[in-house]
Design a protein around this ligand. Structure first.
Ligand SMILES: C[S@@+](CC[C@H](N)C(=O)[O-])C[C@H]1O[C@@H](n2cnc3c(N)ncnc32)[C@H](O)[C@@H]1O
Length: 217
């Protein structure tokens, strides 16, 4: 087999990436983030027509646009403000670390729990790898705690993370709570990036006691 040179590998990767960027521009989708969610949805059938979705880290709205046309209701949350894009979308400018986050989300959800919790949240990157990984896994744990409190039995959780410390422990803990748990890397995610998505399907309704105890503090 011929070994591919580093520069031809980089060229192929650039072409692949540019394909998604060009498609996003042509279709007015803002960014290629849209394709990551589309590919995850096509592979795992995450979004039913009657889905109620809590989306964390929604700005600038690539995923939200996809969700608006595939789900019944979307609560799109980000620290950064973003415009509302459809009548079935509620945009909330909220920090997931804020004290009243849970109460606010509960009041917007009302009696119906979510069928899907998505997190594409990412911290501000400092360049110090260990610190960035810890900050990312902190957001992952917060998103997981949101799922514990607001996800329906049978619902799904998808969280962005970066390959490294904490990922295996997260997968092991979720396997105690969900029917099926996998790590997925959509084609639209850059090959050189450590970005992956933890996909947990079929929530049992019971949280792993360790994380549940932590999130009560
Ligand atoms: C990669 S971007 C999300 C892109 C988005 N999924 C899209 O398709 O356009 C990550 C987002 O996470 C948000 N974020 C980071 N920390 C957050 C926090 N503590 N609370 C809410 N949002 C946060 C950032 O403001 C940023 O908009």
């Amino acid at each position: 087999m011929t070994k591919r040179s580093k520069s031809s590998g980089r060229w192929l990767e650039r072409q692949r990436r540019d394909r998604y960027v060009a498609q996003a521009a042509q279709q007015g989708l803002g960014s290629r983030a849209h394709f990551k969610l589309k590919q995850l949805d096509e592979r795992f059938k995450l979004i039913a027509k009657d889905a109620v979705v809590v989306e964390l880290g929604a700005a600038p709205g690539g995923w939200t646009r996809y969700l608006a046309t595939h789900a019944a209701r979307v609560i799109a949350i980000d620290i950064l403000p973003m415009p509302n894009i459809a009548p079935n979308v509620t945009v909330l400018a909220l920090d997931v670390y804020s004290r009243d986050f849970d109460a606010q989300l509960a009041s917007w959800l009302g009696v119906r729990k979510a069928s899907l919790v998505l997190s594409d949240m990412a911290p501000n990157i400092s360049g110090i790898r260990a610190a960035d990984q810890a900050a990312t896994m902190d957001l992952v744990d917060l998103a997981t705690a949101v799922a514990h409190r607001h996800l329906n039995r049978g619902g799904h959780l998808v969280v962005k993370m970066f390959q490294g410390e904490g990922v295996d422990a997260w997968l092991a803990a979720r396997r105690k709570e969900f029917d099926r748990v996998v790590l997925a890397k959509p084609d639209a995610s850059r090959a050189q990036s450590r970005e992956v998505y933890g996909v947990a399907m079929g929530f049992s309704g019971k949280a792993d006691p360790c994380l549940a105890a932590e999130s009560e503090v």
